[in-house]
Design a protein around this ligand. Structure first.
Ligand SMILES: [Zn+2]
Length: 182
């Protein structure tokens, strides 16, 4: 067995209570994810893995830190964001449990486990900033220019709660309506 996500467990196999920790970095040999954003081929994942020997097999848990990239789902600006993925799974000894993962030849291969967790953690609707206004439907120009720190005008504290609500909607219409009211 080999591969960038394969770890040896020979020294803790069938020794419940034993535990090993591994920290390592993997450079992805292919893209992970098919959506608007993905983990790019050639990008790095920093893994922090704990292997615990239990009666049924090896309990694998840990985190993977990487970066996804792609486009804002509203305005198509290229974005890159850090992502931290958590995973945990039992790798059972062969023939002992019905599981998706098994200890094989005194090794565990974490690739499928980490990959599935990473792809699931990618946002379905990635945005360049929470209040991105997207593109002008007539001109196709990007409506948002600066980052979320901008404030066009001082906001009356009494309106700030409402402002937060409308920011969550992220629509230009709700902001315009609020301005007329205030
Ligand atoms: Zn955007």
């Amino acid at each position: 067995m080999n591969g960038p996500f394969v770890l040896p467990v020979r020294d803790i196999v069938r020794r419940p209570g034993e535990m090993r920790e591994h920290e390592f970095t993997v450079t992805l040999s292919e893209q992970w994810g098919e959506g608007i954003v993905s983990l790019a081929e050639g990008s790095e994942l920093d893994l922090d893995v704990r292997l615990e020997s239990v009666h049924e097999g090896i309990l694998v848990s840990g985190t993977a830190d990487g970066e996804y990239s792609g486009e804002c789902g509203r305005c198509l600006t290229p974005i890159t964001r850090p992502v931290e993925v958590e995973f945990q799974e039992l790798f059972a000894y062969p023939g002992e449990e019905e599981t998706d993962f098994e200890v094989q030849d005194d090794h565990v291969d974490l690739e499928t486990l980490v990959r599935d967790a990473a792809v699931l953690s990618l946002p379905f609707q990635p945005v360049c900033q929470p209040d991105c206004l997207g593109l002008d439907p007539r001109t196709g120009e990007k409506l948002t220019v600066s980052t979320g720190t901008e404030q066009e005008a001082p906001i009356d504290p009494r309106w700030s709660a409402l402002q937060q609500i409308t920011d969550q909607d992220g629509t230009a219409e709700s902001r315009a309506a609020e301005k007329e009211e205030s």
